[in-house]
Every structure is written in C-alpha cells, then in structure tokens.
Design a protein around this ligand. Sequence first.
Ligand SMILES: Nc1ncnc2c1ncn2[C@@H]1O[C@H](COP(=O)(O)OP(=O)(O)O[C@H]2O[C@H](CO)[C@@H](O)[C@H](O)[C@H]2O)[C@@H](O)[C@H]1O
Length: 743
Amino acid sequence: MSSAAVSSASSTFFLALASSASPGGRRRARVGSPPFHTGAGPNFAFWRAPPRVPRDAALVRAEAEGGGKDAPPERSGDAAAAAASRWPRAARRKTVSKRRDPLQPVGRYGSSGTGNTARSGAATASTQNAALAAVEIKSIVAAPPTSIVKFPAPGYRVILPSGDIAPETVVPAPKPLPLHGSPGVDGDYSNGVAPPPAEPVVQEATWDFKKYIGFEEPVEAKDDSGVAADGADSFEHYENNDSGPLAGENVMNVIVVAAECSPWCKTGGLGDVVGALPKALARRGHRVMVVVPRYGDYVEAFDMGIRKYYKAAGQDLEVNYFHAFIDGVDFVFIDAPLFRHRQNDIYGGSRQEILKRMILFCKVAVEVPWHVPCGGVCYGDGNLVFIANDWHTALLPVYLKAYYTDHGLMQYTRSILVIHNIAHQGRGPVAEFPYMDLPEHYLQHFELYDPVGGEHANIFAAGLKMADRVVTVSRGYLWELKTVEGGWGLHDIIRSNDWKINGIVNGIDHQEWNPKVDVHLRSDGYTNYSLETLDAGKRQCKAALQRELGLEVRDDVPLLGFIGRLDGQKGVDIIGDAMPWIAGQDVQLVMLGTGRADLERMLQHLEREHPSKVRGWVGFSVPMAHRITAGADVLVMPSRFEPCGLNQLYAMAYGTVPVVHAVGGLRDTVAPFDPFGDAGLGWTFDRAEVNKLIEALRHCLDTYRNYGESWKSIQARGMAQDLSWDHAAELYEDVLVKAKYQW
Ligand SMILES: Nc1ncnc2c1ncn2[C@@H]1O[C@H](COP(=O)(O)OP(=O)(O)O[C@H]2O[C@H](CO)[C@@H](O)[C@H](O)[C@H]2O)[C@@H](O)[C@H]1O
C-alpha cells in the first residue's frame, strides 16, 4: 500500500501491514542476566546467552508488511526470545518458529492457509451448548442457519458448518438456574424479556468460591461509599437475592473480552490495557470480569469444573473455564484445545486457524455471564456491558445481536468495541462467511470492497456496525480514522458511525509502571526513584543500564532509547536511516524490539557497526523494557501511525523525555517543548521522515547539554502528570452509561 499524509502538516501513514506483538510475561518475573557484548564478528550474535532464564513468558510477534500474503505474528517464550536475541541464527531458528513473508496489507490474521483438507465430514455436529438446548435460539447458536448460503468449500483446514445435521447435546439437560448478576437488575425480567437459558454447572457443589474471590480481603475493593466493588463480600447478598453490594444507578456489570491480557499473555499494548483498565473500572465500583483465552498454565487460575460445548467452523469443541480473582477483577480464562500451547504464538497459525479460534472465543465469551458463577454468582445479562477489543473480538457484538438481541434476548446487554489498531481487521474471502455461523442476511455487514483488499469479508467492519458504542484510544487517532489514509478502508464506516465513537487516551498501570515501586529496578545496580529523587535515581539507573549493556558508563552522554515492535508502524527504520547523523554525535542508543526479520537484522547491524554507541537487543524482555525506560534520558518514537502509544506515557512517568512523531495518540499526549513559556513535555516532529527526526533530536540534545534547568522542568512536568487509568476509567464509564441508556 502506499503512504500518504493524513493532513498537510502531519502524519504520514505507512500503509503496509503492521501487526503487533509482544510476549508478555508474568509479572514479577525474574530479570535475566545482563547481556554481554562480545564485539563478535558478523557470524556471531552480539549477546551471550544469559546464565539465568527469565520466567517471563514471551510472545514474539513477527511483523510483516508489504503486499502479498498475510504473515502471522510470531513469538516464542521470553526465555527463548531473549536467548534468540543473543544466539547465533541457527539456534534462533529453533526458538522463533514460523517466520513468514509479508502479508496482506490489512488484517492480523495468519498467512494464507496451507492446510488443504476440508474435513466437511467432520461437520457431523454432535454436541452443542446445553444451555441453548432449552430454547429456540439453540438452533442459531449451536447449529448453522440452515438457510445459509452455501459457498464452495475453500479447501482449507477450516470445516464448513453443517446445515444438515442437528447438533446433539452431550451435557446434562438444562435445568432452570436462577441468574444473579447485577443486583436489582439481573433476574428481573419483569419487562417482558424472557430469562436467558441457563444450566447447572458441573461440580458446582465442590467449587469453593472463597478460594477464588479472596473472601478475607475485600477492603481494597471498596468505592468511596465503602461499597465493595468486587462482589467478594457480596456473596451473602446474592445468596439471599438481596440487592447486593453495588450501588448507584450507573454501576454496571462489565465484561472485558480480549485476545490478550498482561501479565499472562501480552504481545503489545492491547495486553497492557486489558490488564489495567478492568482494575480501574472495578475501583470505581463496577463488577468487572476479563475473559481471555487460556494459552498456557496460569498458576493463579483454577479450574471451575464447568464444561460446555461450542461449535466453531463446523467442529464441536469442549470448553473449560479457569478463574482467578485479583485486584477486584474476575479473570476468566477460556480453556479449549484450540488455545492450548499457544502461549508463545497467540496469533500464530494460518488465517483460517486464527479465525476459528476467534469464532470460538467470541461465541464462548458472549455466554460467560450465564455460565460462569464468579464468586458463586453469574453476572447475568441484565445491566451488562461487554467491552470487546480489536478485530479479534469484533465478532462478539455481532453474535450478541444475531443470536440474542434480534430474538428478544439479552435486551439489557450492550457491547462496546475498542479500536486499538485498525490496521488489523480480520479480513478474509467472502466464501468464509459461513464459518461464522450467522444468518445469511448478516453477510451484508461484513462485505466490503476496497482497492487494496478487493471484495472481502471484514470482521472489524461488522463489529463496528453492530457495537452499541465504539471507543478508540485517543482523540487524535479518532480523527485520523475518518481519513482515507488513516481508516485503512474502514473510514466510511467510522464516519457514518461517528455519533457513537469516543476517543479515550489509555492510562498507565501504576503498579507496573512506576519508578517508585518498579520491581525491575530492585537489582543489578538499578534503583527505585521518584520526582524528589529523580536526579540521583536516574543517574544510578543510567549507569546500571550502561553497565548491563556493556556501554561506557558515563553520566554526561545522552542515552537514547527505543522500545517497540519492529514493524513499519513503529518507524524504527527511520532511526536506522538517521544513524549516520547519530553516529556523529556524542550519544548512546539502546533499541529493544522484535518483529520483522529485516528490522531485527538492522538492529544487530547497527550495533555491529557502532559497538561503542549502539545496542540492539532483539527479543522481548519486559524487565529490559522497564530498565531502558528508567535508564534512558530520551525515548525516541518515530511511529508512522500510533493509535495511542504507551511507551511515551511510561517514559514521561519515569522522567525520560519523549521525542515523537506528532501523530495519533503521540500528538495528544506529548505537548512540544516551548522554551519561551517553559512548557511542554518533549519534542515532536510533523513527518515520519529522517530529516525531521534529526531536527527534533538536535533540539532535544541541545537542551539536554546546554539548558539543564529547562531539561529538569520537562522531566518534572512529565512525572507530575496524572496518567493513571483512573481518569481514563471515568471516561470509559461515561461510555458505559451512554450504552446502557441507548436503544
Ligand atoms: N521487545 C519488547 N520487549 C518488551 N516489551 C515490549 C517490547 N516491545 C513492545 N513492548 C511493550 O509492549 C507494549 C507496547 O505498547 P504500544 O502502545 O506500543 O502497543 P502496540 O502498538 O502493540 O498496541 C496498540 O494498542 C495500544 C493500546 O491501546 C496502543 O497504545 C498502540 O498505539 C497500538 O498500536 C509496551 O508495554 C512495551 O513496553
């Protein structure tokens, strides 16, 4: 695709496929040993394998762009990724699997399917969700619409849903189960809305709710009025069918549904948001659940003993539910064979395989409020809002409408779809529409034509139309989404749905990203610090980082940092292009990232060429991301487009000055330094071009070297901001309320 300017003065968008990815890792993971710079020749990696293996699970998403095929992201375990960053190529091939060629320009799918066995015979659907067996909608949910258009089987591994064979129920016949959920609303079907189907949970009697809900410590999760936000101490209320602990007319049941959630599974900013926003909503008094696939064994979560069966692309699949109650939030992990063992490759596989996973996930997630009794009580479908995220879960609003609200069910449930990155849309051939098990007339919501993708089915498009409200992660990005250059083919849909879209800048999880308490700064010579101890603290962290990376330990040399996915979006190649100029400066440069193979090679090459100045760490390391954020003086973000951007927020919270391309959320969050008014938070440049980056860096370095007081005031302003999720959660709450009263 071509690049184009969003506006005359800003934002050149790089319109090639950008995927996100990053391995995440478990919080409190151990920090790997410092890498060792060998100065080895071209055939050797630059970093020695660490003597200790970090516990972080890592997800390394490969980035691909350009035309042709869609390349799936890649990732490997954190340890593997860390090791891969330092070991010779041959060893890396073992740990980083399935590197792919560039993909379709849009859609965070895998590459074109290589599987070729269309097992339509397996469509002898034998099971279905028993909850649905009790009511008419069963035929919608568990069986494909019999009137569905029959498209020729594309010959992929995905199985066409059977329209001929009625699914059977293999779980016990459903018995009515009183639904509890949001007090005062759930279970109240006096408005003529029939209660949704429910069924007894397997092993319910043996399930110890106290174990999951942290019954002993409900204090943290109280709102201003002292009302428990988490439902933890509300069990008795629910048991008595009392009104429960949640108070206030706008308190709601909220279910956040996403493909990733930090610290369990993270490939990028989506994981960060899903790990943090729900907690902030819970602090405001809402009852909040996160639903995410269970890609690995997460020690915090326990099997709830519930078994259900769902059909995905013609196959009946068993689903189990794992639960953890942390910081006032119910985390529900969906366990199914399709998700297992994907921890290091959550977006891996062919496009059809990813599609199948997401179909299953969305079908399961939309019924979680009926089937999963968190704290002993289901959320129920009254006063309920789903928050779906990106194309992966954009089918949820569609299923909610097609299966339920169109049939007079779940009338008090709303859906919000959050756009974190519109560059990935879930595009596929129209012929695959039947896999989604939707009524024939829903096809029109998916069908889209654009010069890039031609005639295709677009999941994000359908989700945007079906969702009651839409949020994107900054106001600047919302504006860009309406442009031809920034909408990636969906600009018309965004424009026509403008009335229901809000731009809300992400926040920071202050438990994770806070120099005062950052666990990754507690060893190896680093230190925690605050605004009051900024000078000494940053000096110490900088020295520790230089030591850890084998750079000369000097306080007077400005240390520039870059952290991010290596893809077209993040503009790391622009830093590469600026290297001749950077090499002529008295600076040090540390880059951490993983993704596209050519950009990974670029990082290694730059280090090889400038061993005394540059470190290029190829891999995904959460501890190193924290340490660079603390130890660097400047964080460089030349992103071609950036819906919000989290690293610049983290940088400012750590007294690290951002230099950014003024686009999307970067423009919204980094006010340019004004030396005359002594205002501003960093430096911005108006085009993602090398000369613009150099110009901004020149001003930045000049201030660093010659205007110490101004520099300190920029740092102080950055650190003094309230970047917490609490503010963002308040804005999300407005959207929840708008959705609630919207018909
Ligand atoms: N190699 C590496 N090792 C360790 N950590 C790494 C890493 N590479 C990246 N990370 C971490 O991953 C996160 C990336 O955050 P971004 O905002 O850049 O996300 P991304 O572009 O994936 O997300 C999309 O969604 C988010 C959330 O809405 C938007 O902010 C963003 O603009 C949009 O593109 C940060 O926490 C960063 O530290």
